[in-house]
Ligand binder design. Structure first.
Ligand SMILES: Nc1ncnc2c1ncn2[C@@H]1O[C@H](COP(=O)(O)OP(=O)(O)OP(=O)(O)O)[C@@H](O)[C@H]1O
Length: 244
């Protein structure tokens, strides 16, 4: 792949019968970039992500993720990426430490690596004093921050975040985004979907999907200029209105 692209997608399509949930999308994502993947409910974001993380076979088109082909090397992709969604937030009946140990083991980390990584993560999260608390007893925002740390345990090249901050309070969302910036600064590529338009402003580039197609893709600044509006929320509304 060229220019340190870590994702390259060309005409990627997923059809369910005659319906194209993802309809010939093309884009590239660079190393260390924070790439916002937006779209209204049902636009096709989750379907596209499932193809990129190697769990859904495309109908047609090309996609390479971390240099691996989604058709022929889905297992290599899974080893090199992290994934977190709003709906999956660790095991409530395990403690903070047990969750880290468990997922570290699944990712194939040595005991020594898990010990070191969990120490670092717990300090960063300010959770070392509550490491023996059950995750189920923590507020949602804490669970999501912990879940993000866990998705980074095996030092993936790309982390896919599918609505990671849904339902989380604004202060914790801000802290979550500080963690995202830090990971991106260290070279991890962030591929994130969100329904919060203030979060779209924090991304390096944003794509907006409408009914299976990418209708706009640029930096938040350029998109606002292109649509002659002051906020990403207005960009989003203009695109959504165009199709009505
Ligand atoms: N397995 C499937 N079989 C048939 N249709 C599907 C399947 N999976 C998704 N779809 C349809 O594809 C479209 C896109 O769904 P998708 O979940 O990708 O949207 P989304 O942009 O992620 O939406 P949301 O923000 O609600 O998660 C929807 O119309 C959905 O009903």
């Amino acid at each position: 792949m060229k220019n340190e692209n870590v994702i390259e997608v060309e005409n990627l399509t997923k059809a369910f019968g005659a319906f194209k949930a993802v309809n010939a999308i093309s884009f590239e994502v660079k190393k260390g970039e924070i790439f916002g993947f937006l779209g209204a409910n049902g636009a096709g974001k989750t379907t596209a992500i499932k193809m990129l993380i190697g769990i859904s076979h495309p109908t047609s088109g090309k996609a390479k993720v971390v240099d691996f082909d989604v058709y022929t090397q889905p297992e290599a992709i899974k080893r090199n990426i992290g994934y977190m969604s709003q709906r999956f937030a660790l095991y409530d009946d395990l403690t903070v430490q047990e969750n880290i140990n468990f997922f570290g083991g699944i990712y194939g980390l040595s005991r020594k690596a898990i010990r070191q990584k969990s120490k670092d993560s717990l300090v960063e999260l300010g959770m070392h004093e509550i490491s023996s608390k059950l995750v189920g007893s923590l507020p949602l925002g804490w669970k999501q921050k912990l879940s993000f740390s866990v998705a980074l345990l095996h030092e993936p090249k790309i982390v896919f975040l599918d609505e990671p901050t849904g339902g989380v309070d604004p202060i914790t969302r801000r802290q979550f985004w500080e963690m995202i910036y830090k990971a991106a600064d260290q070279g991890t590529t962030i591929f994130v979907t969100t329904h919060y338009m203030d979060e779209a402003e924090y991304c390096d580039r944003v794509s907006i999907m409408v009914e299976g197609k990418i209708e706009a893709l640029d930096t938040p600044k350029n998109l606002k200029q292109q649509f002659k509006v002051a906020s990403m929320n207005e960009v989003f509304l203009k695109l959504a209105r165009n199709i009505e």
